[in-house]
Ligand binder design. Structure first.
Ligand SMILES: NC(=O)CC[C@H](N)C(=O)O
Length: 275
């Protein structure tokens, strides 16, 4: 039987690749590969052989020029050595084939700066949003409550009824858009998958530190209209088991961490639709 295959890209400053790969394996992917960007640029590893692309967190190029900006240009314009194509051709082929891309933190910044999100009406490679410096002016390292929009098309959040509790760690997490039309489209099409909220998951909040960065409309995660591309500032791969929780020694918690559901849904989607 065909195998569900996930790839996690590493190199140039990512630092969550092991956790992301672990999450893919726990979530149900039959094979998960951590590939260095250099091996993708030589053509040794090809995205075509995978179903789920993970763009994970870290400090790509040391956040110089703005987080993920240099990598966004690399992904847009770099040529694959031994093949007559650019990396972006592989990425667009991946998207056109109905495959899945999840960008977490630095990966969300990368997807946004490449114009892969929100990509309203399929307008890929045109940047309409970004993630910029937190309003508080400092790096934030804390856990946040994320209210889910149950009407969102995201394939990752199926079965999530109220929300998730996950850690964030970023200096540039404030989601902003180029104007009111983009924001109206995001809201109208339910593309804001998660918003920062309080522990009741009842409403989005702009209140610091529940909202750690001042994101417009408290947006913490965005998907495209197909629901197959999603970017999020919080780290689902960092809460896979109850012992990842900051109060696990003091609270009764389920065995499984809140973040795993996103990877389980990704694997289930691949097995149902892409094999
Ligand atoms: N954890 C991360 O991926 C951090 C992203 C980026 N380096 C920032 O600080 O905003």
């Amino acid at each position: 039987m065909a195998k569900a295959r996930a790839i996690v890209i590493t190199g140039n400053g990512t630092n969550c690749e092991m956790e992301a790969a672990h999450a893919c394996r726990l979530g149900g992917f039959d094979e998960t590969v951590i590939a260095h960007i250099s091996d993708i640029l030589t053509g040794e590893v090809r995205l075509d052989e995978f179903h789920f692309l993970n763009l994970t967190g870290g400090f790509l190029d040391g956040d110089d020029l703005g987080s993920a900006k240099a990598q966004a240009n690399r992904f847009r314009y770099a040529r694959i050595n031994d093949l007559k194509e650019h990396l972006i051709d592989q990425i667009m082929r991946f998207i056109d084939a109905g495959k899945l891309i999840l960008g977490v933190c630095n990966g969300f910044q990368l997807m946004t700066k490449m114009g892969l999100l929100p990509a309203i009406d399929g307008a890929y490679l045109t940047q309409t949003a970004t993630l910029t410096f937190n309003d508080c002016g400092r790096f934030q390292d804390r856990w946040v409550y994320l209210k889910v929009d149950p009407a969102s098309p995201s394939i990752y959040t199926r079965g999530v009824d109220r929300g998730l509790y996950l850690p964030i760690r970023h200096g540039e997490g404030k989601f902003v858009v180029d104007g009111p039309a983009t924001l109206a489209a995001i809201e109208g099409k339910h593309l804001a998958v998660f918003t920062y909220s309080d522990a009741t998951y009842s409403a989005p909040t702009m209140e610091f530190p529940l909202n750690p960065n001042g994101s417009v409309n408290a947006i913490a995660a965005v998907c495209n209209e197909s629901g197959r591309l999603m970017g999020m500032m919080p780290h689902p791969e960092a809460f896979l088991h109850r012992t990842n929780h900051p109060r696990w020694t003091r609270e009764e918690l389920p065995e499984e961490g809140d973040g795993l559901v996103l990877f389980r849904n990704a694997a289930a989607y691949v097995k149902a639709n892409l094999l």
